[in-house]
Design a binder for this molecule. Structure first.
Ligand SMILES: Nc1ncnc2c1ncn2[C@@H]1O[C@H](COP(=O)(O)OP(=O)(O)OP(=O)(O)O)[C@@H](O)[C@H]1O
Ligand SMILES: [Mg+2]
Length: 535
């Protein structure tokens, strides 16, 4: 797997994971909110119901004590009847009693030690079902008349007691079964419900186990409130566990993970496609730019060759004039010989054979010129370097000779081949020869000389062009291969920069130095053509 592909996959997986985690967090948060809202709603409802029922108890207390305040037996009977109907209608009221706190006056009352007085019961509904009031007697007697007080009883009951107005010794007590304060259908199965009075538990109903099986993900939610009643300060507590399966439902999570996976994959695929398109666009643009640059360089090289041909033309013309003149006089002599009475065929043939050789040489020179000035796309192929040097020497030889400059060749004995375009290599050498000739002429060097040497150096070929001129000026060195750098009045400064471009294009390099004994020395290094393995 490529680095780019691996990176794209990793980004895709990271995106997917981030989306799934975000969904899980969102899901947990919204579920928690929903469960919390539900708990608060139910808690408020229960609070209201219990408060209403506590108010009902207060109302019963008020009406019954008012009725029982009088000690007339008829009133007592009426009070009993009301008590009975209250007990019937309200199952949570476990028991009602009208008691007398005056144990001395009571019939059947026994003298009791302090703190353990007997309580004389006047009415008890249902009969015999009441709680033992003896321990509460002192507390009830100490109550403010007309005020309802609550006491925790046994088995989840609490007692409400109210003393009648003076001078009566009566007190009304009702026992309320806190377990029936709420109807079964009103109790939430999913919450742990507790009711407490004076820090003592009246009701403790754990949540239904089946409501949530998985271990909890978050701490339980709580609803706490105290009932709005002056007499019954009951605390209501609801505790709701936060099971994982309710906070983070598995099916939607899997569904979302699958969708997010598809979306991430599609996004990754689209991004890769776009990157691939951009990359191919870029490489197309680069290839186009490279082609354009090469085209321009080829144009420049051609223009430079055509320009240089002008300089060579007079030398070449001179080179051609001599053989042509010799061929003419030899042909005229042959014509004369042919017109004799006994023509000397041997001499005529000899003259014609020399003419053929000379004509071929002239033809080769013209072909060389035509090839050099041709405008065709460069093709680097394995080329013999010595042949290239010989070609350019032949092309420039006449011009150099005319200018009185000696051209010395020192060629490697073996055939050295490099992957180059022969015409472009000739052009490089021609530029170096022209520069050397210009330097020699401008310095008016005595015995001016240009030497070209070819040699092998391991897997490389070196072509060295040196002259015995003034050498390269020290300040010229840094800019030598930059375009438009020239020290000549009529120079363009393009020769060496073109050389560098053409040489670098075939993976070679060109360096300049001054020889210790004077004169400039340019060294071209080219990689040798690799020998093909026999297949
Ligand atoms: N053999 C040399 N001896 C001394 N100086 C040289 C030699 N060859 C090049 N130079 C210096 O390098 C400069 C740049 O050469 P380059 O061939 O790039 O441009 P040019 O010859 O000035 O102009 P153009 O080649 O475009 O006609 C020359 O102007 C010259 O100062
Ligand atoms: Mg030049």
């Amino acid at each position: 797997m490529s680095n780019g592909l691996l990176k794209a996959w990793l980004i895709g997986i990271a995106l997917w994971l981030a989306a799934v985690v975000a969904f899980a967090v969102y899901s947990v948060e919204t579920s928690r909110q929903r469960l919390g809202d539900e708990l608060a709603t139910v808690g408020r409802t229960l609070h209201r119901l219990i408060s209403q029922r506590a108010a009902q108890h207060d109302a019963h207390m008020t009406s019954l004590i008012a009725l029982a305040d009088d000690t007339e037996p008829a009133r007592l009977d009426a009070t009993r009847q009301v008590m009975e109907s209250v007990a019937r209608f309200y199952p949570r009221i476990a028991w009602l009693a009208l008691v007398s706190l005056d144990d001395k006056a009571g019939q059947g009352a026994t003298a009791a030690p302090p703190g353990n007085h007997a309580v004389r019961t006047m009415i008890e509904v249902p009969a015999g079902g009441g709680d033992d009031l003896a321990p509460l007697r002192d507390a009830i007697e100490g109550q403010q008349r007309g005020k309802v007080e609550a006491y925790v009883g046994r088995n989840g009951r609490y007692l409400l007691a109210k003393r009648a107005q003076a001078p009566s010794d009566a007190a009304l007590v009702i026992a309320i079964d806190a377990r029936h304060l709420l109807e079964p259908e009103e109790q939430p199965r999913w919450a742990h419900l507790t009711l407490t009075l004076d820090a003592q538990t009246l009701v403790d109903l754990p949540a239904d186990e089946t409501a949530g099986g998985a271990p909890p993900l978050l701490a339980p939610l709580r609803f706490l409130s105290t009932i709005d009643s002056a007499s019954q300060k009951i605390s209501l507590s609801l505790e709701r566990a936060m099971p994982t399966d309710q906070l983070l439902p598995v099916r939607p999570l899997i569904g979302f993970a699958a969708m997010a996976g598809l979306a991430s994959f599609a996004l990754m695929f689209a991004l890769r496609q776009r990157a691939a398109v951009q990359k191919s666009q870029r490489s197309t643009e680069e290839a186009e730019a490279r082609a354009l640059l090469q085209e321009r360089q080829a144009l420049l090289a051609h223009a430079s060759r055509v320009n240089a041909m002008g300089e060579l033309a007079s030398g070449i013309a001179h080179e051609l004039t001599q053989p042509l003149t010799a061929m003419l006089s030899r042909s005229q002599a042959a014509v004369r010989l042919a017109g004799a009475d006994t023509p000397d065929i041997g001499l005529i043939r000899e003259a014609l054979e020399v003419n053929v050789r000379e004509a071929k040489r002239a033809g080769e020179m013209l072909k060389r010129m035509r090839d050099y000035a041709s405008n065709r796309a460069p093709v680097p192929v394995p080329s013999a370097i010595n042949d290239i040097v010989a070609e350019i020497a032949a092309l420039t030889g006449a011009d150099l000779q005319r200018r009185g400059i000696e051209l010395k060749l020192d060629m490697a004995s073996e055939t050295l081949k490099a992957d180059v375009d022969a015409i472009e290599m000739e052009q490089v050498l021609h530029n170096l020869i022209r520069n050397a000739a210009d330097a020699l002429e401008s310095a008016e060097t005595a015995r001016p000389q240009i030497a070209i040497e070819t040699r092998a150096d391991g897997q490389e070929i070196r072509i060295v062009v040196r002259d015995n001129g003034p050498g390269i000026a020290a300040q010229a060195f840094p800019k030598l291969f930059q375009p438009f750098f020239t020290t000549k009045a009529d120079g363009m400064g393009l020769g060496l920069s073109l050389c560098a471009t053409l040489i670098e294009r075939v993976d070679g390099r060109i360096e300049a130095e001054n020889a210790p004994d004077g004169g400039a020395c340019f060294t071209i290094t080219l990689p040798r053509t690799r020998k093909r393995e026999p297949s």
